[in-house]
Every structure is written in structure tokens, then in C-alpha cells.
Design a protein around this ligand. Structure first.
Ligand SMILES: [Zn+2]
Length: 61
């Protein structure tokens, strides 16, 4: 697995080992306007990485 295939799978599998046992290791935090980052962790191989999200839509609650 690579980060490219990680993105192609919409973040469903660990970018290192392909495991689905991945979870956020911290709460999302704002990086700058329109961007959020989430620290991620793989429970199978211990890999750590960061997901970066860009604002794409907003709707009323
Ligand atoms: Zn892994």
C-alpha cells in the first residue's frame, strides 16, 4: 500500500500494511482556513500518519 492507494480507497486501509484496523489517534484540529488534520494510527502495524481534509461542502443543521 502507498498513500496514493490509501487515497484511492478513501482512507479505508492502512497505507503501510493494508489493514482496516485504523483509527484516529487524536481529535481533528484546524490547520488553517478550510483545512483540518487528523492524526491516524494503525492498530495492526503501528504506522502513524496524518489525514488532511479540505472543506468541500457546508449545510445547515
Ligand atoms: Zn498498518
Amino acid at each position: 500500500m502507498t498513500f496514493k492507494s490509501y487515497l484511492e480507497s478513501n482512507g479505508e486501509n492502512c497505507p503501510k500494511c493494508g489493514s482496516t484496523a485504523i483509527k484516529a489517534s487524536a481529535s481533528p484540529e484546524k490547520m488553517k482556513a478550510g483545512k483540518m488534520q487528523v492524526s491516524m494510527f494503525c492498530g495492526t502495524c503501528g504506522a502513524r500518519w496524518r489525514d488532511i481534509y479540505a472543506l468541500s461542502k457546508a449545510e445547515e443543521l
